[in-house]
Design a protein around this ligand. Structure first.
Ligand code: CAA
Length: 256
């Protein structure tokens, strides 16, 4: 059985699904390696323009595998390959939509935060419970969560370890959209299809700018955006998009 499944339904969309139901999709070495392999493959697959990252209908992921690391040493944690896996996800250049049903805890919440859009079911629950097992988040929880929801909401989640509902997560800016539990995957897929049909160079540039710009002073980020904006005029899709608008027809984008 493979812990991470890839589906290619066509139209430029890929689906990456975590498949470890016996442990609530806990992120052990096999899941982490599977995710890294999947995203590395999809990065170089020119047919793929947007990815849906999903767990099961019951759980997105319940965090790092506690049983696998309970007796680990710092050296073992350093050498376990997790850093490499997270880096592959972090550096993935195409838009990723997380489809979250059920628990999204610890490394699971951090995994969702690696996505660019998060669609959550009404019953989804997000949290960083690491403190309850004597550790702290290790895959961006203290940083991405704080950037997403601000200091005071983040501190409450991180310091208490208590989970929040999808609606609370949406209200504080951690979730893009909340839908009925049974509609999560279809909604994520529909959005992925919309994005995959749009100019892919522009989509990748938007992702790059939003992420890189967040760490820069505003003037530097605006300058970076300006350079990228000018570069768009060297793409075939820019010419096609604008000509199609003027000629009152549907554009045919080629990703060039
Ligand atoms: N690691 C290993 N196994 C896990 C797991 C995890 N994170 N989460 C769940 N499981 C296993 C359980 O041990 C159990 O296995 P057994 O049947 O063999 O006992 C199985 O999955 C089902 O779990 P529960 O019986 O606990 O299911 P539940 O419905 O009663 O509770 C839950 C669900 C609230 C998610 C609960 O399982 C839970 O609290 N899990 C741990 C969550 C957590 O602390 N995550 C943070 C991990 S640390 C981390 O992620 C570090 C980081 O930043 C990278």
């Amino acid at each position: 059985m493979s812990e991470v499944l890839i589906e290619l339904p066509g139209s430029g969309v890929a689906i990456v699904r975590i498949n470890r139901p016996e442990a609530h999709n806990a992120l052990n070495a096999a899941v982490r390696a599977g995710l890294a392999k999947a995203f590395a493959e999809l990065e170089t697959n020119e047919e793929v323009r947007c990815v849906v990252l999903a767990g099961s209908e019951k759980v997105f992921a319940a965090g790092a595998d506690i049983k696998a690391m309970a007796e680990a040493s710092p050296a073992e944690m350093t050498n376990n390959g997790a850093d490499h896996s997270w880096r592959v996800l972090r550096e993935f250049s195409k838009p990723v939509i997380a489809a979250v049903n059920g628990w999204s805890l610890g490394g699971g919440c951090e995994l969702a935060m690696h996505a660019d859009i998060i669609i959550a079911g009404e019953g989804a629950r997000f949290g960083q419970p690491e403190i309850k097992v004597g550790i702290i988040p290790g895959a961006g929880g203290t940083q991405r969560l704080t950037r997403a929801v601000g200091k005071f909401k983040a501190m409450k989640i991180l310091l208490t370890g208590e989970a929040i509902s999808a609606r609370e997560a949406e209200a504080m800016g951690l979730v893009s959209e909340v839908v009925a539990d049974e509609a999560v995957f279809e909604r994520a897929l529909a959005l992925a299809n919309v994005i995959a049909a749009l100019p892919s160079i522009a989509a990748r540039k938007i992702k790059e700018l939003v992420l890189a710009g967040a760490d820069l002073p505003l003037n530097a980020a605006l300058s970076m955006e300006r350079q990228a904006f000018w570069l768009m005029f060297d793409t075939v899709d820019q010419k096609e998009g604008m000509r199609a608008f003027i000629e009152k027809r549907s554009p045919v984008f080629t990703g060039k």
